[in-house]
Design a protein. Structure first.
Length: 443
């Protein structure tokens, strides 16, 4: 990364922070949990993180597995570490795609609010003129909303076809193809040539290499998380029994915002797995079920394939399996997609969970992490299960905490810029008042 002398110079120049605080010479840090940044850009230091750059061939799907048995991108990279594709590239397209197990990195590269660009070379029918190129830049209305290229230019024409370079700031399903079809020049072939500043013309279809540190940091650094991109959602995280659901609901009611219980969505996914007779430890089976499940949350009710499952997802069977199901990266990716879409549909919201501020809505400017003494948390949870001994509940919470905080993908931890509120000795009204003040919504 840097020589010791260069690193010391960076620290003296006050360009290095640890968990949001200026670093000092001789400081000791835990690289498992510390967030270290240079010039505001994170350093990926946690052991076990991998970043693969793959040239996806035609006919390969951009998923971790495929129910139809087609070859997937994860089949083309090393399998020692479980990774997921960072975004998508449709089966009929080829080119660069990244695979990683770094949840923060995946979020920054894929979420459109961060503005990491993707560059494509499209071979299209006909020869787009200046008016057609202008339409790409001005944008057209597609079935899922307005879409526009950040830049577009004609590269070459030959034999009734043309090459057009298109740079996009988001990655909706087959967006470039639909854009080109909308202006009357359907795509014949499509290649992704760059992700942010990362390019590699030496990679051949099916080949891969690891991203170097400079490339990883360049993608972190190109993720624009300025205020103009911040989504209006209050992200509330914390372990079980700290009062997330109660406070989130009260906050939503007090501020007129929509309320999303993301934990209920993970429980619904787990219920789908159990109903299908799939072992929660069977990653492939779980991914197949969750990918096909219709999971939604509306007005405080949770729905699975059109059924109201608000009550049954609170069963002991779901309790016992939800951590294992939720830890699978592909499950988290699927649920994160649903959660972001939910907020986009509902507008200003309050979202509660375990990775709202660190992954799902990492660019939110309103983040809270609730905590409480373990014995208090167990006592609160006993109200939902009066027949269970408090000691048993405390044991379950301890195991869940350990599992959630140590998992490789989206571990439970406060976001760097979250307000941490200890609810142990506070009433519900006092916690609500503290949260309102912390997120700047007090009247």
């Amino acid at each position: 990364m840097a020589s010791r002398r260069v690193a010391e110079d960076l620290i003296r120049q006050e360009r290095v922070t640890v968990d949001g605080t200026l670093a000092h010479l001789g400081q000791k840090v835990d690289i498992e949990t510390a967030v270290i940044e240079v010039d505001g850009v994170p350093l990926p230091l946690r052991p076990g993180l991998v970043y693969y750059l793959l040239y996806k061939p035609l006919g390969v799907v951009s998923t971790a597995s495929d129910p139809q048995g087609r070859q997937a991108v994860v089949d083309l990279v090393p399998t020692e570490t479980r990774v997921v594709p960072v975004g998508r590239l449709d089966i009929d397209s080829e080119g660069l795609i990244i695979l990683s197990n770094d949840g923060d990195f995946i979020n920054r590269v894929t979420h459109p609010s961060y503005g990491v660009t993707k560059t494509y070379l499209a071979r299209v029918s006909g020869s787009p003129g200046s008016r057609a190129i202008a339409r790409l830049l001005d944008g057209v209305e597609l079935e899922d909303g307005h879409a526009a290229a950040l830049s577009a230019k004609l590269i070459d024409t030959s034999g009734g076809e043309a090459l057009v370079e298109v740079v996009m700031g988001e990655g909706r399903n087959r967006e470039v193809r639909r854009l080109m079809a909308a202006i009357g020049h359907p795509v014949v072939a499509l290649v992704r040539t760059a992700i942010g500043s990362v390019r590699d013309q030496r990679l051949e279809p099916g080949s891969w290499r690891e991203l170097n540190l400079t490339e990883v940091r360049s993608l972190y650094g190109s993720a624009d998380d300025g205020d103009e991109h911040a989504i209006d959602v209050v992200a509330i995280d914390g372990p079980g029994g700290v009062g997330k659901t109660t406070i989130s609901g009260a906050l939503a009611a007090a501020t007129g915002r929509a309320h999303l219980d993301t934990g209920a969505m993970y429980r619904a996914a787990t219920m789908a797995v159990l109903e299908a007779g799939i072992d929660p430890a069977d990653d492939v089976g779980v991914i197949s079920v969750v990918t096909a499940a219709d999971i939604s949350y509306e007005s405080g009710r949770t729905f699975l394939d059109g059924r109201d499952v608000t009550a049954p997802i609170r069963s002991l069977e779901v309790d016992a399996a939800v951590s294992a199901v939720s830890a699978i990266p592909q499950v988290r990716s699927r649920l994160v997609e649903l959660q972001r879409s939910w907020v986009e549909r509902h507008g200003p919201s309050v979202a509660e969970g375990r990775d709202m501020g660190t992954v799902v809505f990492a660019n939110s400017k309103r983040k809270v992490f609730l905590t409480a003494d373990p014995s208090v948390r167990a006592a609160r949870r006993s109200g939902d299960a009066p027949d269970r001994p408090v000691d048993d509940i405390a044991g379950d919470l301890k195991r869940r905490d350990k599992f959630d905080s140590s998992r490789a993908n989206s571990p439970l931890r406060p976001a760097q810029d979250a307000a941490v509120i200890d609810t142990t000795d506070l009433s519900e009204d006092e916690v609500l008042a503290a949260v309102l003040q912390a997120v700047g919504l007090e009247s």
